[in-house]
Design a protein around this ligand. Structure first.
Ligand SMILES: Cc1cc2nc3c(=O)[nH]c(=O)nc-3n(C[C@H](O)[C@H](O)[C@H](O)COP(=O)(O)OP(=O)(O)OC[C@H]3O[C@@H](n4cnc5c(N)ncnc54)[C@H](O)[C@@H]3O)c2cc1C
Length: 441
């Protein structure tokens, strides 16, 4: 279990998928790790994405490296966190003549990237997915799956915590500087209104779409391309599988059956400031129209909510003529920048929820080398178990009556699924209480 201290081997800024996998990777190698998060775990893009565990098929033509990473990670995550994944499978469907013209390139890309696929006769596909449009011309099945965001994040958080990593929420990093061979990080604590100073040998900037802002707090520049995207959540699940449009990656291509709802997405536009973004009105109508091209019944469903979040994309350098917009051409791969000054300050940009474990592994390799830790990454073979609130709850310092009611609903009733959010909140509340004590008492 963790020690009482404000000095660490590694401080990770950002409690999204990238920060959490990095924390687990390094905790498993024996490093003393603190994650600093300005809001709460999953409050950034990782708690507001599309829910697709990519097979990589979407990227085979335009971004083959990312496609290969996706299929490998899809296989690894299905093995190590099966309880947060639904193996839905996915259909790529062509609707127009232009989509049909993409088919040959698409299949060639699937073969080259090693992604298993099968062409499904249209009649058979319509029996499997009766809500698909009758206009569908070709159907290719690939191993796309659904990954549940908060389930995954809390699973990684609890595992890393059990290996000694600490997570401090509501602490915004406002300054990073070199001081006598270590790095000093200053945070503003939103709960107490105080500022805190932490010391660390290495600091990882895993602030996702805010990574350029965190770099600024260290006095340096990181180039990236924060790219917003809108998603619309509809009141029912329409399909068993993920439905993708078979064409060059474009807006309004993907319908994800997320538990008992459907999420239609997405759009892509570069934003200056990730803290100042709102949903363009036209996005909603556009997404519904595009979605209905693949699954017409989508138009009849009530919208539960729509939300927007931001991709932390690597900056795309214009290189001449092309007929896709930069937001779609930019790689979904990631980059790790080891800065010269401040020394031992590292930024990560790019990537996907699907590839965040791999990002954590690569960050772990870089940090292990700096710290002289002679242990390799273990995350690809560490099976993460479902966290149990009833086991953690013995130490939760809240009214026992409230706690017992919650536990009773979660574990003894028919509303297990619906009470999951309460479960996350309590687990994180418990971890936060403990961590504040561990760091400062
Ligand atoms: C519209 C959309 C749909 C997507 N769909 C998919 C999908 O279906 N499948 C997939 O694999 N990927 C998808 N992605 C990509 C994926 O969601 C992201 O790449 C991934 O979640 C980014 O994780 P992250 O940890 O790098 O960033 P984040 O999750 O944003 O985490 C960064 C964290 O840093 C914190 N932070 C920022 N500044 C500070 C500071 N100064 N101090 C402390 N903390 C700070 C933030 O609060 C945040 O919690 C999608 C992205 C978008 C935008």
């Amino acid at each position: 279990m963790a020690t009482k201290s404000s000095s660490f081997d590694v401080i990770i800024i950002g409690g999204g998928a990238t920060g959490l996998w990095s924390a687990l990777d390094l905790a498993l190698r024996g490093a003393k790790v603190l994650v600093l998060e300005r809001n709460f775990i999953g409050s950034g893009t990782s708690g507001k994405f599309h829910g697709l565990l990519h097979s990589g098929a979407r990227y085979v033509v335009t971004d083959p490296k990312s496609a290969r990473e996706c299929i490998e990670e899809n296989t690894i995550l299905s093995r190590i966190i099966p309880h947060t994944i639904e193996d839905t499978s996915g259909y790529f469907v062509s609707i127009t003549k232009e989509d049909e013209e993409y088919k040959e390139k698409f299949i060639d890309g699937l073969k080259k990237s090693g992604i298993p696929y099968e062409e499904v006769p249209v009649g058979e596909a319509l029996k499997e997915e009766p809500k698909l449009s009758r206009e569908v011309k070709t159907v290719i099945e690939v191993p796309d799956k659904v990954i549940f965001g908060l389930d995954t994040l809390v699973t990684i958080e609890v595992a890393a915590y059990n290996y000694g990593a600490l997570f401090l929420e509501n602490n915004e990093v406002i300054e990073i500087r070199e001081a006598n061979d270590v790095l000093e990080i200053k945070t503003y604590d939103k709960i107490s209104g105080e500022t805190h100073t932490f010391k660390s040998s290495v600091v990882i900037n895993a602030a996702g779409p805010w990574a350029h802002k965190v770099a600024k707090a260290a006095g340096i520049k990181v180039d990236m391309m924060p790219t917003a995207g809108t998603m619309v959540m509809l009141a029912r699940r329409l399909t068993r599988r993920v439905i993708n449009r078979m064409r060059v990656p474009s807006d309004g291509d993907i319908l994800v059956p997320y538990d008992n709802v459907s999420i239609m997405g997405t759009t892509a536009f570069v934003v200056e400031d990730p803290d100042n973004v709102s949903i363009p009105e036209s996005d909603i109508e556009f997404l519904i129209d595009e979605g209905a091209t693949m699954v017409p019944e989508l138009k009849k469903l009530p919208i539960i909510t729509s939300y927007i979040s931001i991709r932390p994309l690597v900056k795309f350098e214009e290189s001449g003529k092309h007929d896709m917009k930069a937001e779609r051409l930019a790689t979904r791969d990631f980059q790790i920048h080891i800065h010269e000054r401040p020394k031992n300050f590292i930024s990560v940009v790019g990537g996907k929820f699907t590839t965040a474990r791999l990002m954590g592994e690569k960050i772990g390799d870089v940090v292990a080398e700096i710290l002289g830790i002679n242990k390799s990454s273990k995350t690809r073979e560490t099976r993460l178990t479902e966290y149990k609130l009833d086991e953690l709850s013995k130490n939760i310092n809240i009214d026992k009556d409230i706690l017992n009611r919650v536990l009773s609903i979660i574990y003894n009733g028919m509303d297990y699924g619906r009470s999951k959010i309460l479960n996350y909140v309590l687990v994180q509340y418990y971890i936060q209480k403990n961590i504040r004590n561990l760091i400062w008492n």
